[in-house]
Design a protein around this ligand. Structure first.
Ligand code: SAM
Length: 268
């Protein structure tokens, strides 16, 4: 059989479809998610239901957000799953997760994400951190490394700073390509993201942190004196206790927050 065809469905590359078929890996992920009806459960990209099925064995209701119309329709007529699913045929990158709020319940979000959009999707999901208990995602291993990276590391970048502003980042499990059909060209990993009730280093305006990290890491090889010169003079950087000759990957989250709050104060 064509390796791109799984359970009678031809995998669509443009939707990042790599379906999980390794039961051991699936069990490990479902155990890590710890599904319960105490939370609003949400799956992004249920696909053919590799995680959806085992999760639904443990709970009464699951919201799923699936972009592929055919797969959403397949789930809607699935004999065992259809009564448990709230199917949202939608683009998760544009989806307003606050519409799933229920009184007294936070959201638990999980998914084996389409790798072609995973970074952008992370940034979208961070906006809902205040409504979320935790998130478990299968991602490219390289993206999990970036989410978890600290200053000084080659993989430390804007994604690391923004993720760690909102969440505690816990890598859970590494998964090889053979666990998927079709097999992706890269290694994968599962990560757990635990949003902080109160961020350890709060910013007064998140847009300022977003802008500063974009500008600083946008010119990764430049010193912050150069990449942030339109926002801060070298003197202002030293007044904030920062080395103007530092490169963006040398600054800690706390230092980015210092810069963001200084910028926000000036705007007030
Ligand atoms: N959960 C299934 C599994 O583990 O076998 C499928 C995972 S597959 C890597 C990614 C899934 O996300 C596919 O079902 C794909 O159609 C869906 N998808 C792709 N882009 C999406 C988007 N923007 N919003 C929601 N779902 C999307």
């Amino acid at each position: 059989m064509n390796s791109n065809v799984h359970q009678g469905h031809k995998a669509r590359k443009r939707f990042g479809q790599n379906f999980l078929h390794d039961d051991y890996v699936i069990d490990q992920i479902v155990d890590a998610i710890y599904p319960t009806d105490d939370f609003v459960m949400v799956e992004i990209g249920p696909g053919l239901g590799a995680l959806t099925g085992p999760v639904c064995e443990r709970i009464k209701k699951l919201n799923v957000v699936e972009l592929d119309r055919d797969l959403a329709a397949r789930l809607a007529s699935h004999p065992f799953l259809k009564d448990k699913l709230n199917i949202h045929q939608a683009d998760a990158m544009k989806f307003d997760f606050t519409q799933l709020r229920e009184p007294g319940k936070k959201l638990k979000i999980f998914g084996n994400l389409p790798y072609n959009i995973s970074t952008q999707l992370m940034f979208h999901l961070f906006e809902f951190a205040a409504d979320v208990e935790d998130m478990h995602f299968m991602l490219q291993k390289e993206v999990v490394n970036r989410l978890a990276a600290g200053p000084g590391s080659k993989t430390y970048g804007r994604l690391s700073v923004m993720a760690q502003y909102y969440c505690q980042v816990v890598p859970v499990l590494e998964v090889g390509p053979e666990a998927f059909k079709p097999a992706p060209k890269v290694d994968s990993a599962v990560v757990k993201l635990l949003p902080y009730a109160t961020p350890p280093y709060p910013v007064s305006d998140i847009a300022c942190l977003s802008r500063i990290t974009a500008d600083a890491f946008g010119k990764r090889r430049k010193t912050i004196r150069n990449s942030l010169s339109h926002l801060f003079s070298a003197d202002q950087l030293s007044e904030l206790g920062l080395d103007a000759g530092a490169r963006p990957e040398q600054l800690t989250l706390a230092q980015y927050v210092t810069l963001a709050n200084a910028l926000a104060q000036r705007k007030e």
